[in-house]
Design a protein around this ligand. Structure first.
Ligand code: NDP
Length: 331
């Protein structure tokens, strides 16, 4: 059936300015790392995207290698985009990335100009787009000079293939250098995409300060620790969970779910219930309480998870006592 977006979608979402740029991002963005590949249900993927946009989620985050197989999330997104979203192109922020292994040989990985230029061209073809809104270097490359990688990002913007550029998983000192180079080139770094959740707080040790000082936005990934910070694993590993599906490529594995971790999840869950939220909502709220966060990128295996998670926007303020309790549980 022909898709028409919900007319009230912009009343349902909060939009935050991304660093000191002109761009506003939805407080919640949707990522297509899992559940959008050729191994997944196409109809389910379509329903998740429709529901997200109907709720004001205007930002979809992709990468060259999302699938599996790699590239297939962009292909499926391209099909859904053509059918459902083509008339809404100017209402959407679509991102892609390159930096992890994508094709064999020395030109399909890391941060060379050769790799990044070819990869973005492939991504645009797969998605059927003329440009992406944000293109990221997906991870730092210790071998390629940072100047080469950043000059390539600048080139993409000058060629009109990307409107903005960002970096992902750069440590504070690497990020500082990348931001400086991009500034000199005249293409400011829009945003940094780090891993950040209650279980992984490295960004608090310097990165958030660097981004704030430089007017660069921050969009954390895996804010639910891939589903661990929800009520999914309270009583063991359900069959339909990411942990049980053995996907590899950094996806959560059963052996990461130690008793100690699950006990913390249970304690956090009690606090969430006291706050009148579920744990997924509290985990997202806990990130969004910081105004330096431009948006959080959630993942979802079903549309209902998106509807559920966005309710975090109903309450993302915490008392000092609640924050102390969270810190104690996490220690
Ligand atoms: P999350 O931490 O949000 O985990 C998503 C998973 O949590 C879902 O697949 C689902 O698991 C479970 N879940 C989500 N909502 C709920 C809910 N309300 N109740 C119960 N369970 C829920 O994020 P991801 O790890 O998926 O990462 C999000 C995005 O971040 C990616 O799609 C990608 O765009 C980006 N990313 C970027 C990286 C980078 O290097 N820059 C690396 C990794 C991700 P289940 O499938 O078990 O149902």
């Amino acid at each position: 059936m022909q898709y028409t977006a919900n007319e009230n979608r912009y009343q349902k979402m909060e939009y935050r300015r991304c660093g000191n740029s002109g761009l506003m991002l939805p407080a919640i963005s949707l990522g297509l790392w899992h559940n959008f590949g050729h191994i997944d249900s196409f109809e389910n993927a379509r329903n998740i995207l429709r529901l997200a946009f109907d709720n004001g989620i205007t930002h979809f985050d992709l990468a060259n290698n999302y699938g599996p197989p790699p590239g297939s999330a962009e292909e499926n997104f391209g099909k859904i985009f053509r059918d459902d979203f083509i008339h809404y192109r100017d209402e959407l922020i679509i991102s892609s990335k390159a930096g992890w292994g994508m094709w064999p040989g020395p030109y399909g990985d890391w941060g060379s100009k050769k790799y990044l230029v070819a990869s973005l061209d492939q991504s645009l073809k797969r998605m059927g787009l003329e440009y992406v809104d944000i293109f990221y270097h997906h991870r730092p490359d210790p071998e390629t000079p940072l100047e080469e990688t950043m000059t390539t990002l600048d080139l993409m913007v000058r060629q009109g293939k990307a409107l903005y550029v960002g970096i992902s998983s750069y440590q504070p000192d690497e990020a500082t250098k990348a931001i400086q180079i991009l500034k000199q080139l005249g293409t400011p770094c829009l945003i940094h995409q780090p891993k950040y959740s209650m279980f992984d707080r490295w960004v608090e040790d310097g990165l958030l300060d660097v981004l704030e000082q430089n007017g660069v936005g921050c969009i954390p990934f895996s804010p639910l620790a891939q589903g661990l910070l929800t009520n999914k694993y309270l009583k063991g590993i359900p069959k339909d969970s990411r942990a049980s599906s053995h996907r590899g490529n950094g996806a959560i594995e059963e052996d990461q779910l130690s008793d100690e971790k699950i006990n913390k999840v249970r304690e956090l869950n009690v606090l969430a219930e006291e706050r009148g939220q579920n744990l997924a909502q509290m985990a997202l709220a806990w990130i969004l309480k910081d105004k330096r966060i431009s948006s959080v990128i959630i993942g979802a295996s079903k549309p209902e998870q998106v509807s559920d998670s966005i309710k975090c926007l109903n309450n993302y303020s915490f008392t000092a006592e609640e924050l102390n309790r969270i810190n104690k549980i996490l220690k």
